[in-house]
Design a protein around this ligand. Sequence first.
Ligand SMILES: C[S@@+](CC[C@H](N)C(=O)[O-])C[C@H]1O[C@@H](n2cnc3c(N)ncnc32)[C@H](O)[C@@H]1O
Length: 496
Amino acid sequence: MVELKWKGKVEREDSISKIYETKPLHILDIYPSISSDFKSEQKWQNLLIWGDNKSVMNSLLDEFKNKISLIYIDPPFATGSNFNLKIQIGEDGKYIDDIAYKDKWKEGLETYLDFLHERLILMRELLKNSGSIFVHLDWHISHYIKLIMDEIFGIENFRNEIIWAYPAASVKTRSFFIRSYDTILFYSKTDNYVFNDDPNIYMEYSNRVKNALKKDEQGIFYYRGGSHNRKKLSRKVYVEKEGIFPRDVWNDIPYIRANTSEYQGFSTQKPERLLKRIILSSTKENDIIADFFCGSGTTLAVAEKLGRYWIGCDSNKHAIHMTRKRILNLSQSNDMINWNKNYDKNAQRFKIECIDKKEEEYTLSDAFLKREIVDDKGLKVKETPEFKTKIHQNDNRIVIELIDYKIPFIDLISEKVLENIKSFSDWIDYWAIDFDSKNNIFKNMFFSYRNPKFRTLSLRSDGHYYDKPGHYNVLVKVIDIFGIETMKKHEIKLMQ
Ligand SMILES: C[S@@+](CC[C@H](N)C(=O)[O-])C[C@H]1O[C@@H](n2cnc3c(N)ncnc32)[C@H](O)[C@@H]1O
């Protein structure tokens, strides 16, 4: 057998449970499918998990070993660069760039290969026997990872090396050819895997074919194909479906542009159409799809819109928050089948979980800090922001209003951020209320948030009616532009 070796490579294959320590997952938030409908019991809740995917996958093994139908990952590509996400501030939506993730591997290629190797092994464990995995990479590393995939998934389970080609308009190099494609490695777990011939995954005909289309006497389209008999192509090739069954070179999907409605402000965000082709080809409705490097949540949004269940994970808190808002705002995004229409439905129930619950201090990333204190690691702060609310009670109806928000570390914050803060509410990106909090799980019964295009935050909640008299714990949660979550509890007494 041929195998890729690197310094420090561990033979992990058959001893997964011995290597990894299982940590519990904690629920941070739950979201209903229809606002405040937490009563209808549903078996499955989609899952968004904040944490390092190695621990997360390990913790998922108990419940999800051999359960996941499709894994798509778009990990760092070992580029040696940092990648940004945009943090928008307040009503105006001006933004600052923050680092989304660092793709620098100081110890060299070995660390990167080790990093992905152990995670790919966990992914194999989680996949169903009829499942598939798509690993999105580029020229930096895909040739190494293909060997590792052969080793973990079996060379006989290699299905495609998909070339996603896009125009690279802004590149100025004249010393080599311009690099303008990514590589997606597609492996199945076994040779008995799901693969659908679905017209919704078809590629459009090329312009050459479209121009050559003719109608026959019955009005059916055909073009001339087959061998050349000197004068003309000999055979009529009838067009049965719109477009052609996809080849492994995908040049019909453009890169994300900032003016599209799907753009979330994440620099390495992938197009929804790319995930549509992958998901429709390799899963059935109600299958479970996972993306353990979910970034802005593209895979999860497309899975949801195509009626699949999903699990997403990211180690960056801003990415988790961006994904939360993307899923909450799904009804306003493009429908996957009728692209020119809105999806118009709310997402199904989902919950947000994390691995290490206790956050005693927060890291303010360098993007927010005054230049003199920037040191490439961010700054740890212990004092949390404080907010004030006003409760409007009318018999059994409660409305909560946010009336102030103060951050104690304001003297550390850069001018660039401060000049966008005109009112206390500009610090706030999201807030939510659980009107009847029990067992520390936050039910988002009311929420308001700023999304990339619609920046207004409602500072007064909708009215909440209580059915019965009694004592209720009301929890209010605020998430600010730094990603810091603050909570406050109120007790409400309702008399007979
Ligand atoms: C290329 S981006 C994914 C972009 C995504 N496909 C999209 O469309 O938005 C890679 C993501 O992997 C995350 N990441 C990197 N290392 C991770 C780890 N060990 N565990 C979980 N997430 C990780 C980064 O925070 C980043 O959001």
